[in-house]
Ligand binder design. Structure first.
Ligand code: XLS
Ligand code: NI
Ligand code: NI
Length: 443
């Protein structure tokens, strides 16, 4: 088979932190054991099919800039899909990520009818299975593109027209079946158009009920076919809609509880969707962990100056260490992992740029894992946190939480002893310095 990324060696090697080779890992040593698992098993990293292979480098103001011959106009769609698939698996294998993720229409042409769409996906799913067997690369998650075609312009599940809901349901069945066939470990729903542009034409309560029913149908189908992966919602506050219903982790949790799905569905947290919703990445992870709905992560970051989804490769060890700390503290990933839902900049036009980008991102996550693990193993942050809440283990705290004290009781207690607790320092700056020390010293 002719290679597409022929300037890159068969496998990106681990060379260690003293190496200056731009195409070697400095931190990602997949077999290195960190705590109880290898780096590879902790991070469960995935490359996304869409931005890396199915996007020509276009933006709203300009055409594609990348060298992606399978996207050229006039190509036979199935032939082009096969060529793209071969290049994608060559990339996954050379890079050494254990997983990939896809949308149905990243791998498979839409066709002229639903029948053709279904047949295309089935045929290309078989070919993906063969590539996966050959390379050992696994599927972290699949997802259906329910936001691209004009029929979905007013939403898929939340569309005012039930026929659009039906069309979306049929598409998700195809994609969930394909994900199951490929032993995918999760199935994602990002509700890019499940929201609104203006309240003037929107029946908000009705749309939420539609979305709740749609998600229940997805879960019912999952059980019908015996899919054991996790169903994940991907929160995002807006873009392309003015308001997306799955705004952030806390909103998703309330939605899941309302529609009886809190035991069935978890969240796929994207680093920059967190910041777009006005939160830090570590906040979103901690919130999902606290609600018992943490699932997976899309690792792409934003730009501090830009208020949209720039999908940049993660390069901040501090940001990712703080998120990683919450992930480890909550017990790590089960079926989830780190997906690179990341885009090159349009001017990164060398084929090898895709490698440079992922190598740096994987090193950033690996180094962040080491930082987070040593912070957790040393226990300094945890012991100061425990100390801060110590009172809640004493009688008063336990009785309050168990429901054994009323406001009258508290009134009597405070009046009797003139209770006047002294403020205690939160030690924030000391703790921040501590984190920086771990970042400095990690090896
Ligand atoms: C868009 C989302 C999207 C999902 C998959 O902002 O991040 O790429 O991850 O549909
Ligand atoms: Ni995403
Ligand atoms: Ni995104």
């Amino acid at each position: 088979m002719s290679e597409f990324f022929n300037e890159v060696p068969a496998r990106i090697p681990f060379l260690g932190p003293d190496s200056d080779d731009p195409l070697g890992f400095r931190w990602y040593d997949k077999d290195r054991v960190v705590g109880d698992k290898t780096m590879e098993a902790h991070l469960r990293m995935a490359v996304c099919y869409w931005h890396s292979f199915n996007w020509p480098g276009s933006d709203v103001f300009g055409d594609g800039t990348f060298d992606r011959p399978w996207l050229d106009a006039g190509r036979d769609p199935m032939g082009a899909a096969r060529e793209k698939m071969a290049a994608a698996f060559e990339f996954f294998e050379k890079l050494g990520t254990p997983y990939f993720c896809f949308h149905d229409h990243d791998v498979s042409p839409m066709g002229a009818s639903f029948k053709e769409e279904t047949a295309n996906l089935e045929a290309l799913t078989d070919e993906m299975a063969a590539h996966m067997d050959r390379t050992g690369v696994k599927l972290l998650w699949g997802t259906a593109r329910l936001f691209h075609h004009p029929r979905y312009m007013a939403g898929a599940a939340t569309n005012p027209d039930p026929e659009v809901f039906a069309r979306a349901g049929a598409q998700v069945k195809n994609c969930l079946d394909a994900t199951h066939r490929l032993s995918g470990e999760n199935y994602v729903l990002w509700g890019g158009r499940e929201g609104y542009e203006t309240l003037l034409n929107t029946e908000l309560g009705r749309e939420l009920d539609q979305l709740g029913r749609f998600l229940n149908m997805v879960v019912e189908h999952k059980h019908d076919i015996g899919f054991e992966g996790t169903i994940l919602l991907e929160p995002k506050p807006q873009e392309p809609t003015k308001h997306q219903y799955d705004y952030d982790s806390q909103t998703c949790h309330a939605f899941l509880q309302r529609y009886g799905l809190e035991e069935e569905v978890k969240v796929n947290i994207e680093v920059n969707h967190a910041t777009l919703s006005g939160h830090d990445f570590n906040h979103e992870v901690a919130m999902a962990m606290a609600a018992g709905i943490f699932g997976s992560v899309d690792a792409n970051r934003g730009d501090d100056r830009l208020g949209w989804d720039t999908d940049q490769f993660p390069n901040s060890v501090e940001q990712m260490s703080l998120g990683m700390y919450e992930i480890l503290r909550g017990g790590g990933f089960s079926t989830g992992g780190f997906n690179f839902d990341t885009k090159l900049r349009r001017m990164s036009t060398r084929r090898s740029d895709l490698f440079h980008a992922h190598v740096g991102a994987m090193d950033t996550l690996a180094r962040s894992l080491l930082v987070a693990h040593s912070m957790l193993a040393d226990g300094a942050l945890e012991s100061s946190r425990e100390e801060r809440y110590r009172g809640w283990s004493d009688d008063l705290g336990r009785q309050i939480l168990a429901g054994g004290r009323t406001l009258d009781d508290l009134h009597a207690l405070v009046a009797e002893s003139n209770l006047d607790p002294a403020p205690v320092s939160g030690c924030q700056e000391e703790l921040e310095n501590l984190v920086n020390r771990y970042i400095e010293r990690v090896r």
